[in-house]
Design a binder for this molecule. Structure first.
Ligand SMILES: Cc1cc2nc3c(=O)[nH]c(=O)nc-3n(C[C@H](O)[C@H](O)[C@H](O)COP(=O)(O)OP(=O)(O)OC[C@H]3O[C@@H](n4cnc5c(N)ncnc54)[C@H](O)[C@@H]3O)c2cc1C
Length: 391
């Protein structure tokens, strides 16, 4: 491998976050950007991601990150180049009874941010999607412009665009150490040699805590196994159908290519240890598959004619307040982290990439103020919480 000996910035991790940062750094004129990916692009959480692109959040910060990211998905060819597989299906968000007042407040908050969204009742939903069972939905939030995109195409699209502007995107290159001298990053070590640099961004997804430990940073990142079930959409259900986050059944669903319906089986999430990260099974248990199908049928009764197909599972990385860690690593000048995105990192990646590039190059993120997500917030006793978070 032709390893560059120096770089202005080295990014560790070739998921959607690392490649988006590389894209924005090069777009903003940073010339010597190197991205090191230990296996291949989108090999981590990104490659398993369900790719939902929606803006409904119960806090203004993530809503803004998602809202400011949306144009990149909708106009990927103009803004990045190539295809990201965005499909506009429309999106419905249900909440449990005790969260209905918060739902109303959040839709108002989203409207103030400029998100095209409104509340819908059972009759409106029947009109939008007659195949949905609405008996248990007194009120939901609707976004006509949302849908899903392809995480692999998005990631490789960012990487290709960064490469066109001179970035080195190196696959099969694991970073094994981050040497620090006088509290300052001086490079990254790999099996193929050392790259001298004054700026390192850790975007290593679920492996983030392991990488951060090499600069003496201890991060509490919870790893959550999340199964995704596939069902052949029967002819009784239109395809593509609506994308739905259905908190009443603890699943989400969206159409998938090949006449399938993808079901995020959040009811079967479980915490795993770092030792499982490289070995966890992709094969779903029959219990997971049948319980997901049952929940899907609660929402779309005609899915009883659907047949189960092979699904998969991925790892979601969570912080204590379930929001990302974005910003400088305390005590190590030149070191930054973009980690812990829970189930939100895909749809927020375009704005996160821009925010991190602005922070590194200009000292401050302008697209969205990300300081509430600084790494020191837990030590300061100031986790990020919003007034109308769903419980
Ligand atoms: C099943 C599933 C469904 C999801 N659905 C959605 C969704 O619908 N919408 C949404 O917005 N988000 C969703 N998410 C969350 C989203 O996919 C993640 O937040 C996002 O992909 C994280 O991207 P990342 O680049 O931070 O991490 P990753 O994609 O994990 O990338 C990190 C990369 O770092 C590399 N790496 C690790 N250590 C090293 C090292 N030492 N040296 C070099 N490289 C290294 C890894 O190989 C990996 O490729 C989902 C996640 C999962 C698992």
């Amino acid at each position: 491998m032709d390893l560059p000996t120096t770089a202005d910035v080295v990014i560790i991790g070739g998921g959607v976050i690392g490649t988006s940062i590389a894209f924005h750094l090069t777009r903003m004129g940073c010339r010597h950007v190197v991205l090191c990916e230990r296996t291949r692009l989108a090999a981590g959480s990104t490659g398993m991601s369900s790719g939902l692109v929606r803006m409904h959040y119960d806090n203004p910060l993530e809503a803004e990150l998602a809202h400011k990211s949306y144009p990149t998905f909708a106009h990927f060819d103009e803004m990045v180049g190539g295809e990201c597989g965005f499909v506009r299906t429309g999106f419905l968000r249900t909440v449990r009874q005790h969260n209905l007042e918060r739902l109303k407040a959040n839709v108002e908050m989203l409207q103030r941010l400029g998100v095209k969204t409104w509340l819908v009742g059972p009759d409106d939903i029947r009109e939008l999607a007659p195949y949905l069972n609405v008996d248990d939905i007194p009120l939901a939030a609707y976004e006509p412009d949302s849908g899903y995109a392809d995480p692999y195409l998005t990631t490789t699209g960012f990487a290709r665009a960064a490469r066109r502007k001179g970035a080195h995107i190196l696959q099969g290159l694991e970073v094994t150490g981050i040497p620090v001298r006088a509290s300052r990053v001086v490079g990254v070590e790999t099996k193929a040699g050392t790259i001298a640099t004054g700026t390192v961004i850790i975007a290593a997804g679920p492996w983030g805590a392991r990488v951060a430990a090499s600069v003496g940073l201890h991060l509490e990142l919870k790893l959550v196994y999340h199964p995704v079930v596939m069902v052949e959409t029967p002819p009784q259900v239109p395809h593509p159908h609506l994308t739905v986050i259905d908190r009443l059944n603890t699943i989400y669903l969206r159409p998938e290519t090949g006449g399938l319906t993808l079901v995020g089986a959040s009811h079967d999430n479980r915490v795993v240890g770092p030792e499982d990260l490289d070995t966890y099974s992709q094969t779903l248990s029959p219990e997971t598959q049948f319980s997901a199908l049952e929940r899907l049928c609660n929402r779309i009764p005609a899915m009883e004619h659907g047949r189960l197909r092979k699904g998969h599972a991925g790892i979601i990385t969570k912080t204590a307040d379930e929001h990302a860690l974005l910003g400088p690593v305390p005590g190590v000048e030149g070191c930054y982290a973009a980690l812990g995105f829970s189930g939100h990192g895909f749809k927020e990646a375009p704005a996160v990439g821009q925010a991190m590039a602005e922070l590194v190059l200009n000292g401050r993120a302008q697209i969205v103020d990300i300081t509430p997500l600084r790494l020191t917030r837990f030590a300061e006793g100031r986790p990020y919480h919003a007034a109308n978070e769903y419980r």
